[in-house]
Design a protein around this ligand. Structure first.
Ligand code: AMP
Ligand code: MG
Length: 425
């Protein structure tokens, strides 16, 4: 009688888990920035990546100007309670003239400081007084109630941007503040990298699209396709142009056909589900039939199975099907990959040290990303169910605790927190 040889399900045949940092480094090494650029209106450049250095040809502000509504004065004229003649009025957008001794200029926020003035006294520290000029005509005077220091309330020429400075660099991802800064040095158009073209599909015969079947008529075993919705939204937030190929059945030929079509005119094919090695997981043989595939078991939780490869000239990334695994692997691996394809040079994700106000007693041999929420006391609370299928955890939470392998957490411990706000922009 022979002893049965171990089946392919046996634990002994499992490959070693790949550390997340190694997986990310290997992935980024494949992400050669795409070469295409285009010119867009600065209005439309939010989320895009700058493909040029922006050099300022002017000082911002262009002149010393007032930071307050008030009176421009010469400090040497002043002692406590000095009364000055108001000899000019300088609203924003106009220029004054040299300030004579013993006089003040009525000035408004943003207006250039007249030559000779060396401080602004805010109007709250002044008292308006009618004075009599020689010849009996009345004129405005101002009594300075608080003595200014030289330079007070003056915004210096060039204090924001100096002429000749590189204000924004190629590879910088643009957010609303960058758009304003570019506009402040006169750029109404920007040269940005072309969007990444992504083909997206979901695998799984159990998947049904919401709207196709009402909840009351869902067959046993059927589930709604949730991954498609958040993956498409995540891609769009990253400025990608998405071709959504919907749901591909769990069949080898259908998967091959979908991949083949998607490899044309796309930079990346992104799929969810079917990346394990069960006989219902068709991604691996299908990608291998057309190109190259690395199937990784990443030492992270949620999100162990992950596939990277190439189909024709397109990159291929296969995400796990469990919704939280799919979401977390997208945020930690696909997002930096896409940013690098777009030419972003800084793709590292920074975490923040914060106090845990919870207990995590089950240390795992994989690095974990726990869904947590900041509380009013400045600590973190843990969502009660950390299963990779529980999407509620990601909605309840406002970020992830990056918990090293083998680590338990006790209340009061300092943990590393990655806010979703840093990952979803
Ligand atoms: P798989 O990675 O295909 O083995 O799927 C793992 C789990 O994720 C299964 O419970 C699937 O039903 C579920 N799943 C796969 N794809 C999706 C999807 N697009 N939306 C929601 N759940 C999914
Ligand atoms: Mg599946």
């Amino acid at each position: 009688m022979s002893i049965a040889s171990p089946s392919s399900h046996a634990a002994s045949s499992r490959p070693a888990l790949k550390p997340l940092d190694t997986a990310l480094a290997e992935l980024l090494a494949q992400a050669a920035p795409l070469s295409g650029v285009e010119t867009v209106s600065t209005f439309d450049a939010d989320h895009r990546v700058l493909a040029q250095d922006l050099v300022s040809s002017l000082d911002v502000p262009a002149h010393d100007n007032s930071a307050m509504d008030g009176y421009a004065v010469r400090c040497t004229d002043l002692a406590a309670g000095t009364l000055l003649q108001v000899t000019q009025r300088i609203p924003a957008g106009s220029t004054g003239h040299a300030l004579k001794p013993q006089s003040a200029a009525r000035i408004f926020t943003g207006a250039p400081i007249p030559p000779g003035a060396d401080a602004v006294v805010m109007q709250e520290d002044c008292e308006i007084v009618e004075t009599l000029e020689a010849g009996g005509a009345s004129a405005a005077g101002v009594r300075i109630k608080a003595l200014p220091a030289p330079g007070q309330w003056i915004r210096r020429r060039g204090e924001d941007v100096a002429s000749g400075a590189v204000v924004l660099r190629q590879g910088q991802r643009l957010t609303p503040a960058e758009l304003g800064l570019a506009a402040s040095i006169g750029f109404d158009k920007l040269v940005v990298t072309s969007p990444v073209r992504v083909a997206l599909f979901s695998t799984g015969d159990e998947l049904v699209m919401p709207g196709e079947v009402p909840p009351s008529q869902m067959k046993p075993g059927a589930i709604y396709n949730s991954n498609r919705f958040f993956l498409r939204a995540l891609l769009q937030r990253l400025g990608c142009v998405v071709t959504d190929l919907g749901i591909v059945p769990d069949q080898r030929q259908a998967t091959i056909a979908a991949l083949q079509g998607a490899s044309q005119h796309h930079d990346l094919i992104l799929t969810s589900g079917g990346v394990s090695v069960g006989e219902e997981d068709h991604i691996k043989p299908a990608v291998q039939a057309l190109g190259e595939l690395n199937l990784w078991q990443i030492a992270m939780k949620p999100g162990k199975p992950f596939a990277y490869g190439q189909v024709g000239s397109a990159h291929f990334i296969g995400l796990p099907g469990n919704p939280v695994s799919s979401l977390v692997t997208f945020l930690l691996l696909v997002r930096p990959f896409l940013l690098k394809l777009q030419g972003v040079d800084q793709v590292a994700i920074n975490s923040i040290a914060i106090r845990a106000d919870f207990t995590w007693a089950r240390a795992d041999k994989r690095r974990e990303f726990l869904r947590v929420r900041r509380n009013a006391a400045g600590g973190l609370d843990l969502f009660s169910n950390q299963s990779s299928g529980v999407l509620t955890s990601a909605v309840w939470g406002d970020g992830l605790v990056d918990n090293p392998a083998g680590q338990t957490i006790a209340p009061g411990d300092t943990v590393q927190f990655i806010p979703f706000s840093a990952l979803l922009s």
